[in-house]
Design a protein around this ligand. Structure first.
Ligand code: FAD
Length: 396
């Protein structure tokens, strides 16, 4: 596909220059529009040109897909050792919110063994139906098989929307499902909504370094698919014992082939999961050097919390990436988030600003972190943190 300016039709009005989000359009010596290699084929210029002077060349003819048969909001419910993970309840929560406008059934999908109790837990939070593929071999995440099962279920039941969490599991297998179904997928959304007029799913996520929130739609293909960042949306609340419909699919009927054998499992040392932690103490560039993270670790340990970090601290090699909070790190929502020597760049805020209570310690009174902080301490972390540690130790 190519986008070209028809120079005979172009009047040089420059509307296209203004609308191009990536600055790929300028005017040539004759005052006519010209498009350079920065063009991302977003086609905004084509839509906005009042003279229809910008043309799409070689566009594939859009296959007309009958979308009317696609109904229901599905979410993939992750489980570990027969227990649903919190992200499953988050997906249930956002699905119920979408259903308020869309008026379609909310359905969970569970793979694993002994799934009935887990299905009941979803009914107790408002889901109406749960699709189950039951087999012991599905207790552990196995990419090939999960892709096959999910793809086949979607082909059979034709849901309108399919959601998964942007966890390691969701990020691994859901894009492959979307590719097999030849539909779109918006990864890492921070929110979802339904357009009240078109009833399309608005897939909302940060873009351009977190400076803009994009609303992405999937107009011509189904299902509409998205992964949602953990902790970005509210969990569905427990609403009491509720009945729902369980649809069980026979695992052996899927003919799922897995190219990977699980040979053995080895437990790795577990630190507190950042996204599960109720208290997080995070350190930033203000720490000056890696060994000063000891002070952050000590404070976190005394509070029973986990250690987070800004990207500046991670990029400096002071602490490994799994601790990074923010747009390209983890989204967290603890009860208390303590930011130490972190300026509060928009990309950091994107990962922690919905925390219940934010405490910021920074020597710069104008640091942006204070704009989101519930409690701001203007001071030197090397004075404040040791005092906090001392007080907590004395209390213990
Ligand atoms: C595409 C993109 C994605 C990004 N993703 C992320 C992300 O996921 N997470 C993230 O964190 N960043 C991310 N960033 C980087 C982000 O823009 C900032 O550069 C980064 O968050 C800054 O980290 P910082 O606050 O630790 O450092 P700085 O901005 O340098 O702030 C250090 C702060 O420490 C304070 N300070 C210094 N010494 C002391 C002291 N002794 N006592 C008290 N305060 C002190 C200073 O006043 C300052 O406010 C991303 C950037 C881009 C472009």
């Amino acid at each position: 596909m190519e986008i070209k300016v028809n120079k005979e039709k172009c009047t040089g009005c420059k509307i296209c220059v203004d609308v191009c989000p990536v600055g790929a359009i300028s005017t040539d010596d004759n005052g006519k529009a010209q498009i350079d290699q920065r063009c991302t084929f977003c086609t905004l210029c084509v839509k906005e040109c009042p003279e229809n002077a910008i043309e799409i060349i070689g566009e594939e003819k859009k296959k007309v897909v009958d979308l009317s048969g696609y109904k229901g909001i599905w979410f993939f419910a992750e489980q570990k050792h027969g227990k649903l993970s919190h992200v499953s309840y988050e997906l249930c929560g956002i699905s119920l919110k979408l259903a308020q406008t869309l008026k379609q059934e909310v359905c969970g999908v569970i793979f694993g063994s002994n799934c009935d109790q887990m299905a009941q837990e979803l009914f107790n939070r408002g889901a109406q139906k749960v699709y189950i593929v039951e087999d012991q071999s599905l207790d552990e995440f196995r990419q090939d098989i999960y892709v096959c099962l999910m793809t086949e279920l979607i082909k059979k039941y034709k849901p309108n929307i399919v959601l998964a969490s942007a966890t390691m599991v969701g990020r691994s297998f859901v894009p492959q499902v979307a590719a097999r179904l030849k539909t779109g997928l918006t990864a890492d959304c921070t929110d979802l909504a339904i357009d009240p007029e078109t009833k399309l799913l608005l897939q909302i996520r940060p873009t351009y370094g977190g400076n803009l929130m994009a609303k992405i739609i999937c107009e011509n293909h189904r299902p509409q698919m998205a992964t949602i960042r953990p902790k970005a949306v509210e969990e569905a609340r427990f609403i009491g014992d509720h009945d729902g419909v369980i649809v069980k699919e026979n695992f052996s009927s899927f003919n799922a082939v897995c190219r990977v054998d699980l040979v053995s499992k080895e437990a790795v040392e577990q630190t507190i999961d950042l996204q599960e932690a109720e208290i997080i103490v995070s350190g930033g560039r203000g720490l000056g050097e890696g060994k000063n993270f000891d002070m952050i670790r000590k404070l976190a340990q005394l509070l029973g919390g986990a250690v987070g970090a800004s990207r500046a601290a991670v990029d400096s090699g002071w602490i490994p990436y799994p601790h990074q909070v923010g747009q390209t790190g983890k989204t967290v929502k603890p009860k208390i988030y303590i930011a130490c020597g972190i300026s509060g760049a928009i990309q950091h805020l994107a990962g922690m600003s919905t925390s219940d209570y934010i405490i910021a310690i920074n020597k710069d009174p104008d640091a942006p972190i204070f704009k989101v902080a519930n409690l701001g301490i203007v001071g030197d972390i090397f004075e404040v943190i040791p005092k906090l540690i001392q007080k907590l130790e004395a209390k213990k």
